[in-house]
Design a protein around this ligand. Structure first.
Ligand SMILES: O=C(O)CCC(=O)C(=O)O
Length: 332
């Protein structure tokens, strides 16, 4: 659905000005939107998963661990598809004002795409290099966005989400390196064409919400503070935007209609979109890929030519129990 048609619908939650700002700049920051019981519930559940991660020594389909993670000092990068692991996450993603915001920006028919909880741990929690989301999950049109919720107070020292205003209206960049390996980030040459000097860092207190368009160039620096920066992200599309590559993180909620009616007609945007590797056989996470960790660039079954792989990576990627089961794969 085109922006004009979305804007013609009566808003549920946002002001018309906020919706226009989103279409102009590609992002919103809604300070302190959540507080009280709902926020506390999500904070408590996020902390529960930290406790559960203490028993792990390697990343699995649910937990993406930073190097250095231990039982005594857990260091989580990400909880993958939290909606599949606790009802509080799905309740928030599907039935909170977040769903109204998605509707206000995507139109009346809204599909859930995926979720992730990026912990960005204290004292060096990893950067997310500049990238666009849409090449990770191309759709037939660009009515796709992600909504983040800070579960803790986040200041500039903690690596808040950074966005380049208006870049969602510019080009879609290559996310492969010069050896044709997917690295999930822009290279320095391409970054020269991005107005990084205009970057807005979306810091905010716990309960603040970020929204970013799937084409906007965004990223975040390492967390240099002594406090964690948990950011819960849910991605959505308009119902008429169909995914054109297999979903690498199978989950019972992927593609679930959270508002309106299923599409009868697919809408196509004529502008081409970069295609990611085939991850239907396995994937790690944007962190592992961007840091070029061993095994991170595992692609489809049989696609062993992309480098980074050791034998054990291949075994893990192809033989791990729960492969292709609900919500089992760490992802971008
Ligand atoms: O956690 C962040 O700072 C950014 C996350 C992000 O861009 C992503 O996971 O795609």
């Amino acid at each position: 659905m085109q922006a004009e048609r979305v804007l013609a619908e009566a808003p549920k939650f946002l002001s018309q000005q906020q919706r226009e700002d989103y279409f102009e700049n590609g992002y919103l920051l809604l300070e302190g939107l959540f507080s009280g019981e709902r926020l506390e519930r999500l904070q408590a559940v996020a902390a529960e998963f930290v406790e559960r991660s203490r028993g792990l020594t390697v990343s699995d389909g649910t937990f993406d661990l930073e190097p250095g993670h231990s039982a005594v000092e857990p260091r989580l990068r990400r909880l993958t598809q939290p909606v599949g692991h606790h009802p509080a996450f799905w309740d928030y993603a599907s039935s909170s004002p977040i769903a109204d915001i998605a509707e206000d920006l995507l139109g009346p028919d809204v599909k859930f795409h995926h979720s992730k909880l990026n912990y960005k741990w204290a004292d060096g929690g990893e950067e997310v290099k500049w990238h666009q989301d849409i090449p990770f999950y191309p759709h037939t049109n660009y009515n796709v966005l992600a909504i983040g919720l800070y579960l803790a107070d986040v200041d500039d020292e903690m690596g808040p989400m950074g966005v380049v205003p208006g870049s969602q209206r510019g080009e879609i960049f290559n996310h492969y390196n010069d050896r044709d390996q997917w690295v999930g980030a822009l290279d320095d040459k391409d970054l020269g064409r991005v107005a990084l000097e205009k970057t807005v860092w979306l810091a905010g207190r716990a309960g603040s919400v970020t929204v970013h368009h799937a084409r906007i160039v965004h990223g975040s620096v390492p967390n240099r503070s002594a406090r964690g920066r948990p950011l819960l992200i849910n991605a959505y599309s308009s119902a008429d935007a169909l995914t054109i590559t297999p979903h690498p993180a199978p989950c019972r909620y992927n593609g679930h209609l959270i508002r309106g009616r299923p599409a009868r007609w697919a809408e196509f945007d004529s502008e081409p979109c970069l295609i990611p590797p085939d991850w239907s056989g396995g994937y790690t996470s944007i962190f592992a890929l961007q840091q070029e960790e061993g095994g991170a660039n595992v692609a489809a079954d049989g696609d062993w030519g992309r480098g980074f792989l050791t034998t054990s990576d291949l075994v893990r990627a192809t033989m791990s129990p729960g492969r292709r089961t609900a919500c089992s794969k760490p992802w971008f």
